[in-house]
Design a protein around this ligand. Sequence first.
Ligand code: AMP
Length: 114
Amino acid sequence: MSDCLFCRIVEGEIPSDIVYQDESVIAFRDIQPQAPVHVLVVPRRHISGYSEANPSDDALLGAVARAAAHVARQEGIDATGYRSVVNSGPDAQQSVPHLHVHVLGGRPLSWPPG
Ligand code: AMP
């Protein structure tokens, strides 16, 4: 989708600080980090969000989840702890309609979230 910000990052049309990529996903640093580590894990193929996923996307969703865990290990926050977050829809303040998992860590994270 040419008008999708994260599709354009996937295509390399918009620069990003990529920390991990494979055939299914890319992971890059959030431009407005909310924690010392804040990485977005994004499927290369456009899916708007969990609500739009269907059974044929199961492998891709699994790849995103495994990549999030990989990024946490790579960033050295797997032992101290981290949060993986998917914002869905307006109440959750999803701003980019391309599925992405936020991986946040490197400081204690409060609960409940705001
Ligand atoms: P969400 O609000 O859950 O849809 O998350 C979208 C995230 O994308 C926000 O945390 C933004 O800071 C981040 N973001 C927006 N534009 C860029 C960009 N060009 N590069 C990296 N992160 C971005």
